[in-house]
Design a protein around this ligand. Structure first.
Ligand SMILES: [Zn+2]
Length: 456
């Protein structure tokens, strides 16, 4: 049973809808019951049903998010620096969060996502404990906070619960803020996550996954423990090779690349998603392919943090499924993330059309859903009834024609062109408005001011 879904059986009609493949289908009849698509029929809309006011796509999937990073948007550009300088600012925000403030902030961020057409988020969650590392009375308090926030927004959440144990390969002690992220022992972390998983076992809108933070933050012995103890089918996400420094340190410590290390400990598999994979090698790509693992690209963050351009074309040519995430929320726009894969590949290769528009749309929908453990097949019978309506009257889409509509949307539409959003058949955004936004946005408007007050 899904607390999000509507009990009503409903029929909608779409002039144009993306059912997969390179083109859109016309005159599509969409029937929903019990929160799932009971039938999708193209070419014959029938005589009754509610007409949707635009182009219908499956709900967009944001496969990598850290909700609290949203407070840093627009605040860290003056100082310059690199990823590591930005990380110090991010730690300042992480140190300020309480369960009460984080619930408000995450609610606002997830509502912003809903209004951008995102119907499922993968929240890579690591602020678990109090400053200094003591757990809250319920050690999963912060996880429950994020799940409640997603509920308020009306979207699905895959809570990717992070394990974090070391500040680097040489066993540096954790700083007070990093201690908030740490359960100190792998077994304590895995038991905490097992309790969280059990609490949402019967909930179709919530998945709980495991996320060893990175090979920098999780010792090899704990990675082995995860490989041995993770329940079959659990989504497993990990930051990999976002920065060259991580590769160098991992090679020095283990003689292996981060991906090579994950292979050695048995953590590469069909339910594994490597986040970023910006600086992976050709040998790493072979290992990822052999394991059937996926890669999540976060193009807007990777360019914002000057990470570099990952080998997306090589990954795709090898058949590795790609998903996308807005990660640090420099922007929240899944069309931007999807087109960013292609645009970065063009800059790196000097060639256009590395990816087709429908491959990018798959990354933004069905591949992301599989990566998060929701397994939607898009607008297809039996899949969760999560869908969005893109406004063809948007100035950005003037000139749209049926045969090129998909590329027009992928390369020119923005999050603000999403008009209506439905999750499990229930409408959560109408005419670009979400009923919770006006109150929720205060947490973003006031959050930075109460923390610091001036841009960096
Ligand atoms: Zn991340």
């Amino acid at each position: 049973m899904s607390p999000l879904h509507s009990d009503q059986a409903t029929t909608w009609i779409a002039d144009l809808a993306w059912l997969g493949g390179p083109t859109l289908a016309s005159n599509v009849r969409i029937e929903v019951s019990d929160g799932r698509f009971s039938s999708i029929t193209a070419g014959d809309p029938g005589s009754h049903g509610t007409r949707l006011r635009g182009i219908v796509l499956p709900g967009l999937v944001n496969a990598h998010s850290h909700a609290f990073h949203r407070l840093l948007r627009g605040k860290t550009h003056r100082q310059g620096g690199d990823f590591w300088v930005w990380r110090d600012h991010m730690y300042e925000v992480a140190g300020s969060l309480t369960p009460e403030s984080y619930e408000k902030l995450a609610t606002a961020v997830f509502i912003e996502m809903a209004m951008a057409g995102i119907t499922a988020v993968g929240e890579f969650h690591y602020v678990h404990h109090q400053m200094g590392g003591d757990p809250y009375a319920d050690s999963n308090e912060m996880g429950h906070v994020l799940i409640r926030a997603a509920r308020r927004a009306g979207i699905r959440i895959s809570l990717l619960d992070v394990g974090y144990f070391t500040a680097g390969f040489d066993d540096e002690p954790l700083s007070p803020v990093q201690s908030r992220f740490s359960d100190r022992k792998g077994s304590v972390w895995l038991e905490r996550v097992a309790e969280l998983t059990a609490a949402y076992e019967d909930d179709a809108d919530v998945v709980v996954g495991l996320a060893p933070h990175s090979v920098r933050a999780v010792p090899e012995a704990v990675l082995v423990e995860v490989a041995e103890r993770a329940p079959t089918g659990t989504p497993l996400h990990i930051h990999v090779s976002e920065q060259p420094a991580e590769n160098r340190e991992c090679l020095n410590a283990t003689t292996l690349t981060p991906t090579g290390l994950l292979d050695r400990v048995g953590l590469l598999g069909p339910h594994t998603t490597l986040v970023h994979a910006t600086h992976v090698t050709a040998a790493d790509i072979d290992l990822i392919v052999d394991a059937g693992a996926g890669v999540c690209y976060c193009a807007s963050t990777e360019r914002d943090l000057a990470d570099g351009i990952g080998p997306a074309a090589d990954l795709a040519a090898a058949g590795i499924p790609l998903s996308v995430g807005s990660d640090s929320h420099a922007v929240i726009d899944i069309f931007e993330e999807a087109s960013g894969i292609e645009m970065h590949a063009r800059l790196a290769s000097g060639r256009r059309g590395v990816f087709s528009p429908h491959e990018l749309m798959e990354a933004a929908t069905v591949s992301g859903s599989a990566s998060l453990g929701f397994s939607s097949e898009g607008l297809a019978q039996g899949s969760p009834a999560d869908f969005i309506v893109v406004d063809p009257d948007s100035p950005r889409l003037a000139g749209l024609s049926e045969d090129t509509a998909l590329e027009m949307i992928v390369f020119a539409a923005t999050a603000s062109d999403v008009r209506d959003v439905f999750v499990a058949g229930r409408q959560i955004v109408t005419d670009r408005a979400h009923p919770g936004w006006a109150d929720a946005r205060k947490a973003i408007d006031e959050g930075w001011a109460s923390l610091r007050g001036t841009p960096l």
